[in-house]
Design a protein around this ligand. Structure first.
Ligand SMILES: [Zn+2]
Length: 66
């Protein structure tokens, strides 16, 4: 019954869509969400989020990492 996959979380701060407005973004062919308060981080320091994208755990990763 409780599928957490239906609740989106900010990639940066981890807050859910119930707590903050989330914006859907795409980076490196991966779709994810970021909240409006973390958007400035993405704008000014995108390199800080790159590692977070690489660490995303998806149930269906596009490619296995070697
Ligand atoms: Zn955030």
């Amino acid at each position: 019954m409780s599928s957490t996959n239906l609740i989106n979380n900010c990639i940066n701060c981890g807050r859910s869509e119930h707590q903050v407005p989330l914006v859907n973004i795409t980076f490196a062919e991966q779709k994810t969400w970021i909240c409006t308060q973390c958007l400035p981080t993405l704008v000014h320091e995108p390199q800080r989020l790159v590692n977070k994208f690489k660490n995303i755990d998806t149930s269906n990763p596009p490619e296995p990492q070697v």
